[in-house]
Design a binder for this molecule. Sequence first.
Ligand code: BG6
Length: 491
Amino acid sequence: MVPPVTPVDPFDLVVFGATGDLSQRKLLPALYYRCAARQLPAEARILAVARRKLSDSDFRTVARKAIEKHVPPDDRPEPALAHFLSRIHYFAAPANDDAGWPELKSVLAEHPERIRVFYLATDPELFGPFCEKIAAHGLVTEQSRVVVEKPIGRNLKSAREVNDEIGRIFPESRIYRIDHYLGKETVQNLMAMRFGNILFEPLWNSAHIDHVQVTVAETLGVEERAEYYDTAGALRDMVQNHMLQLLCLTAMEPPTSLDADSVRDEKLKVLKSLVPITAENAADRTVRGQYRAGASPDGRVPGYSDELGRESHTETFVALRAQIANWRWAHVPFFLRTGKRLPERVSEIVVAFRHIPHSVFDGNAGHIVPNRLVVRLQPNESVKLWLMIKDPGQGGMRLQSRALNMSFAEAFGGRNPDAYERLLMDVVRGNQTLFMRRDEVEAACRGIYPALEAWGAEDEPPKPYTAGTWGPAAAIALIERAGRTWHEDEE
Ligand code: BG6
C-alpha cells in the first residue's frame, strides 16, 4: 500500500554546507524522495549555499552525483531526477564574509511571507556565525526556522554557549535540533507500541521489568570522518544524543498527547532522573574502548589510530550502566552499548521482564526463560516478543521459549523512508515533537558528560578491542557484574 502523502505549504529551504557530507548523503536524497512523492508544492525552492563559487548547473551536477550514489536506480527515473534538480539554486555565501549574501537576500525577498527554513549542515562552530549573518542581512522573518545538527557543544558549558548563540537570533519555538534517530520509523513505533496498546503499560515498571538493554552497533569504522570523530568520540557522537533519546522513549511516562512539549517534558524528566556518572562510580559503570586492526564483514580493516594517522585516546566504543532514579524505574539497570567496527550492524532495544514468581511445572518442563520484548530498529526492522510455549507433541509438558515475530518488511512491504525525509517535512510543518528542546540537550550533557571528566582524570587509554568483535571484554564483565548478559538473538 502506498502511504498517503499530504503536501506541505510552500517553503524556501536554505541549506548551508550544501557541498558537505550530510547534505550529499542525507539531505539531497531525502528531498529528492519527497519531491518524487509529490509532497513538495510547485512553488517550493531549495537554495543551496556553500563557500565554493559554483553555478547552478555546477551544483546540480554535484547534487545529481550524490543522488545517483545514494538512491537506487529504480527509485530515480530520469524525468523525476531532472525535475528535482531544476528546483535547486546555488549561492556562494560564507559565514565570515558578506559576499554572496545580498544575492541570497534578494531571492528570498521574492516571497517574504513564505515559510523559510535555514538548515545549518555545517561545522557546529559555524552555527553562531551563520545565525548572526542570517540576522545581519535581515533574512529572519516570523515564518523562519533554523535546523541544527549535533554535536551541540563539547561539554555542558559549550552546549549552553552554542544554544545562547542560536537563541539570540531565533526563539526556541523556531529552533529544530535534529536527532535523526527520532525520525526513524521503528523509533516512533516505540511510542505506538507503548501508548497504542493496553498490554504493556501495566507491566512497564520495576515490578515486572528486570532490566533494559539498548545496543547500537555499527560495522563501519570512522574512515574519512576520522578528523571530526576524533574530536567527538562515541560518548558525544552516539550516547549523549541517539542512545539517550532511545532510553527516554523507553522510560518516559505516557505524555498527555503527542504535542511537542508534552513529549519533551516527559523525556526531560527522565534525563533529569539519570543518576550522574562520577569519578567514584565511572570505573564500575562505564567501559570505553577503541578498535584495533581486525576483520569486518568486508574483510581486513585497519585500526582506529591507523585510520586517523596518529595515536589518540578517543573512544570508539562505550558501554554503560545507567540508572534512572524515579519510582517507576528504581533498581532497574539500563545497559547501553555502542561501537564502531563491531561484528554486525544492529540497533535494538531489549526489555527483559522478570522471572515468573512461582512455577507450576515440574522439572521435566525445562528452564523457564523470562519474557523479552525486542524492538529491532535496524536493519530488518521487527518486534519480537519472546514467550514460553508448550513443545508440541508427546512427552508431557515440556516448554520452550519462542518469539512472536513481526517483521515490518513482511507486514508492510515497501520502502522505509529515511528519517531525514520525515524530519525535514516536520520542520516545514512546524512540528517540533521529534526535535530536541534546549533543556533536554543540556540535561543530557549533565547526565552523561561527567564520564568524560572521570575518564580524563583516569588518564588511561581506552581499552583495545579487535575490529569485528563485540568490544572490550570489560563490556561483558560490566553487565555480568550486575548478574545479566547481553542479549543474543536465537532465531
Ligand atoms: C550519526 C553519527 O549521528 O549516526 C555516526 O555521527 C553514526 O557516527 C550514525 O554512524 C549512525 O546512524 P544510523 O542511522 O546509520 O544508525
